[in-house]
Design a protein around this ligand. Structure first.
Ligand SMILES: Nc1ncnc2c1ncn2[C@@H]1O[C@H](COP(=O)(O)OP(=O)(O)OP(=O)(O)O)[C@@H](O)[C@H]1O
Length: 298
């Protein structure tokens, strides 16, 4: 297990930011940390990065209790980006690389590789303050991964990027995973969660409210509703199915209501030719909104 949180608690005064958080992040996966604003995600990330301490509970990295030596094994892209505006791109990256323990030659070669990979080589002598937001984000991203950390923690890594650059960063994250890096990704963007994450945990109001693989989470939210389309009707569709017709195709949704999918399909075949029979699986976005709202009302 790359990272394990055991009964983690953290309060700011009377404000509880994490309540008995238990979490396991296996090696080599992309783990999505989800939750609405103020849920406790950044608090958890700050504890892992030893910026703040938990009130109680433990974090284990590779089975060892969190220790200052682990800092060099973690690459952290904070939500509030921290670059030195007056520094030149190259110097800034060299500074971070050396800070993370890389030798000068090694740092030089890696910075060169990454700047050229992300098409930033021509900008190496420019000051950070002269870069566009997206370019500065690239510099920050490279600075985060330059020392090849086995654990990467990315807080909203796509913010500030246009779609093309977001795609480039996404591909780099996937490549890092392929090379064995474990990634914790904190984000509100559910579409990137579906695309990237192997497992997720959702935090709301300091509590973990669900976790598992994307498939497990989705399976636990299957409403057992099917989207159906029929052609060439043999008999009239019951009014309570609220179907609508367009160009001879009748569409509606039906709940299984205790039947098996095959039983429902068999029944539908009596009404006409079934041209579509598809289970409606909620998106992570729908699950997220559903969970957060149900907790507000509960
Ligand atoms: N330094 C602080 N002092 C007091 N309260 C804080 C502090 N930092 C966070 N909190 C509170 O702790 C709770 C969790 O905040 P946290 O920043 O961890 O949430 P988050 O999930 O990262 O939210 P966001 O998605 O908005 O970044 C919130 O109620 C927040 O107001």
């Amino acid at each position: 297990m790359m990272l394990k949180a055991k009964n983690l608690n953290k309060s700011y005064g009377t404000n509880k930011a994490l309540t008995d958080l238990n979490l396991e992040v296996p090696k080599g996966i992309i783990f999505g940390l989800l939750g609405p604003n103020g849920a406790g995600k950044s608090t958890f990330i700050r504890i892992i990065n030893q910026i703040i301490d938990a009130d109680s509970g433990d974090i284990l990295i590779n089975g060892e209790k969190l220790h200052p030596k682990h800092i060099s094994q973690i690459g952290y892209l904070p939500e509030e980006r921290g670059l030195y505006k007056k520094m030149k791109v190259w110097d800034q990256m060299m500074y971070f690389a050396r800070l993370k323990g890389l030798g000068h030659q090694e740092a030089k070669s890696r910075i060169h590789t990454w700047l050229s990979k992300l098409e930033m080589l021509d900008w190496r002598e420019k000051k950070i303050e002269d870069l566009s937001k997206g370019m500065a984000q690239k510099v920050q991203f490279i600075s985060t991964i330059i020392h090849n950390p086995p654990l990467l923690i990315l807080d909203e890594p796509f913010s500030g990027f246009d779609p093309v650059n977001a795609e480039i960063i996404k591909d780099e994250i996937l490549q890092l995973k392929k090379e064995g890096t474990t990634v914790i990704l904190s984000t509100h963007r559910m579409e990137s969660v579906e695309l990237l994450c192997d497992q997720v945990a959702m935090i709301n109001r300091s509590y973990k409210i669900l976790d598992g693989t994307i498939r497990e989470v989705k399976n636990s939210f299957r409403p057992e509703v099917y989207q159906i389309a029929l052609n060439q009707l043999k008999k009239e569709i019951p009014a309570e199915w609220s179907s609508s017709e367009e160009e001879g195709i009748w569409t509606f949704t039906l709940s299984l209501s205790g039947k098996s999918p095959n039983e429902l399909l068999g029944e539908l075949m009596g009404y006409g030719e079934v041209v579509s029979f598809r289970e409606l699986v909620p998106s992570m976005e729908e699950i997220f909104i559903h969970q957060v709202k149900s907790m507000q009302h509960g």
